[in-house]
Write a protein that binds this ligand. Structure first.
Ligand SMILES: C[S@@+](CC[C@H](N)C(=O)[O-])C[C@H]1O[C@@H](n2cnc3c(N)ncnc32)[C@H](O)[C@@H]1O
Length: 210
């Protein structure tokens, strides 16, 4: 199960996935989510699968109230040392999480690949305020490196971008969209994103609801 996997690797997670050389990619991903949701001061934000708080820290600079949820106690312990102030960290299984509908934005990075997407997006639809927005960044199921990682670790299952959109529309979100981005490890090569068929193989998918 994914939560046990992340409890096991928590201590080495940041160095393994977010070395100093990858920090600009963290900022790029966070800004994609912030721009897509129009996250801002005074809003209530729910972050699903916050892990060690890498993105939570950036979101907390843009808004006043964040609840950040993760199933792994060990990941949350690290997040709590990283992010202070306006964030409430909560340990919960996102598959069964249902909070009051008080959220202006619900966001997540690399989390839907571990959960029952249909059930979680249904819960997202119930937890958003009317007119609220949501954005998720997920691995792209069509990218060969993503497929290899899934095969090797056997804990995740990414979907193609249109499948996320289909499920979101099924959950009642009329304005669900998706796009792909990110090709090389440093995130500097952007030209393939402009070529129609090639861009479908990018490493990441941005999924948005408003
Ligand atoms: C790839 S990490 C992403 C963490 C963070 N968003 C980031 O990008 O660094 C996936 C996270 O999802 C959490 N997770 C996986 N399945 C979960 C579930 N069912 N409920 C809550 N958290 C879960 C794991 O504990 C882990 O922290």
């Amino acid at each position: 199960m994914a939560i046990n996997y992340y409890d096991r690797i928590a201590a080495g997670y940041d160095n393994r996935f977010y070395p100093a050389t990858a920090q600009h990619k963290v900022i790029d991903r966070a800004l994609r989510i912030i721009n897509a949701t129009k996250m801002g001061r005074g809003q209530n934000i729910l972050e699903l699968g916050c892990g060690t708080g890498i993105y939570t820290r950036i979101f907390s600079a843009f808004t006043t109230n964040i609840i950040a949820v993760d199933g792994s106690q060990k990941m949350l312990e690290i997040a709590k040392t990283r992010v202070k102030g306006n964030v409430i960290f909560k340990q919960a299984d996102i598959n069964t999480l249902l909070l009051e509908p008080v959220f202006d934005c619900i966001v997540g990075v690399y989390i839907l690949q571990y959960v029952d997407v249909k059930s979680v997006l249904f819960r997202v639809s119930k937890m958003l305020k009317p007119g609220g927005s949501a954005a998720f960044i997920e691995p792209n199921a069509l990218n060969p490196i993503v497929k290899w990682w899934e095969y090797k670790n056997q804990v995740s299952h990414a979907l193609p971008r249109w499948e996320y959109v289909r499920i979101m529309k099924e959950m009642g979100f009329k304005n669900a969209k998706s796009s792909t981005f990110g090709f090389d490890m440093k995130g500097n090569i952007t030209w393939p994103e402009r070529i129609p068929i090639i861009k479908e193989l990018a490493g990441s998918v941005l999924i948005t609801i408003d």
